[in-house]
Ligand binder design. Structure first.
Ligand SMILES: Nc1ncnc2c1ncn2[C@@H]1O[C@H](COP(=O)(O)OP(=O)(O)OP(=O)(O)O)[C@@H](O)[C@H]1O
Length: 361
């Protein structure tokens, strides 16, 4: 591979393109529809996350044995790792209904009071992105979680009065991508906290085989391994890549997925063997080819790939850092030896490093 063949061609990395990123761990419209069908229905079917599963199993069994409502549960972890799925499993295991809402949807304490006061006894309330709730709603939640009671404020100013409202016992399942952002008083009110880890490739293979079965797609072991290796440790991405590979297999291979078909399909969709897409490779390519592997400042790197600073920092970099391909240092972004190897390039010899330090952070 040389520079002339692979210069960072970033012309069409528009916002719409970013919305369509196959390797984005967030849910899109198509996911929402299909995910309902692919969600495991009980803890037994839920793949991986052994620790969380084992601990949660105990919490739920003990609550059932006591005939009590389960303790409040906090689930933390990156998008697409199964927090919503687990909350539904908690409700199913407790034989309870579930109400699903999210922090950003609750901007006023009154919004939360309306939801809480309409819960049934034992109901599971799933609050996604709990760290994004407004402060007054958060404070109302403290009392609701601890005492199953809220104070509804009626009126304004000096004449305002607090009317206490008893709530039925319920189980709050809070989900957050960043447990560290939760104020300690909120974190402390959860009886159980489960941290969801990225999945190992073998676990993702199991997710893919399970989903292929539900979607009635024929896939062999090597085909599932090929998709798993490109799924960035995330079941949502694994399921999405499986659906795209299925499309390709239907058109080109009578619907059967093996290693070659999976690899060929994902080449078409520009997801490489390690799960990097076009944006990731453009960032890495610019860092290596234009700046000799860095250090280079984030703004300079962003200009080089024709993207916003935030896009590079928030969309591309987290996975590159996680994969050990890029490091954020006080002097700027630096490529690791693995990055050179991944793009099939040879790092410059020491003499060529005269550029270092020219590009500020
Ligand atoms: N452990 C698992 N086993 C099998 N499938 C899983 C597992 N975890 C997640 N999935 C599948 O991945 C998809 C995404 O899961 P889910 O919606 O629960 O993720 P999430 O962590 O709630 O994401 P977000 O934070 O973006 O809402 C679903 O289709 C689900 O079926």
């Amino acid at each position: 591979m040389n520079w002339d063949e692979t210069g960072p061609d970033t012309g069409d990395l528009t916002d719409e393109r970013l919305d369509d990123r196959l390797v984005d761990a967030g849910a899109d419209g198509e996911d929402t529809a299909v995910e309902a069908a692919l969600r495991p229905k009980d803890l037994h079917e839920f793949v991986g996350q052994e620790k969380v599963r084992e601990q949660l199993d105990l919490v739920l069994k003990a609550a059932r044995a006591r005939g009590a409502t389960a303790d409040h549960v906090l689930l933390s972890g990156a998008p697409g790792l199964g927090k919503t799925t687990l909350s539904m499993i908690i409700a199913a295991e407790m034989g309870a209904p579930i109400r699903i809402t999210s922090g950003p949807a609750i901007q006023h304490a009154g919004d939360l009071a309306a939801i809480l006061s309409s819960l049934q006894e034992g109901e599971v309330l799933f609050l996604d992105e709990i760290h994004r709730m407004s402060r007054p709603a958060e404070e109302m939640l403290y009392m609701a979680m601890e005492d199953f009671r809220v104070d509804v404020i009626v009126g304004k100013g000096p004449g305002a009065t607090a009317i206490p409202l008893e709530l039925p016992p319920f189980t709050l399942v809070g989900a957050t991508t960043r447990a560290g952002l939760l104020p300690p008083p909120l974190r402390d009110r959860f009886g159980f906290t489960g941290h969801m880890e990225f999945y190992a490739p073998t676990e993702l293979e199991r997710v893919i085989h399970r989903s292929a079965g539900l979607l009635d797609v024929a896939i062999d072991t090597a085909g599932a391994a090929e998709i798993a290796g490109r799924s960035r440790g995330t079941p949502r991405i694994a399921n999405r890549l499986l659906r795209r590979v299925r499309d390709y297999a239907q058109v080109k291979a009578e619907g059967r997925i093996d290693r070659d078909i999976a690899a060929a399909a994902l080449r078409v969709y520009e997801v490489d063997a390690r799960g990097l897409d076009r944006l990731d490779r453009a960032v890495l390519g610019a860092l290596l080819k234009l700046f000799g592997g860095g250090p280079v400042g984030l703004s300079t790197l962003a200009v080089a790939v024709g993207e916003e600073r935030e896009t590079v920092e928030e969309v591309a970099e987290p996975f590159l850092v996680r994969e050990g391909l890029l490091a954020r240092t006080p002097r700027g972004r630096v490529a690791t030896p693995a990055a050179w190897a991944h793009l099939g390039l040879v790092p410059p010899q020491h003499g060529a490093k005269g550029q270092q330090g020219l590009f500020g952070a």
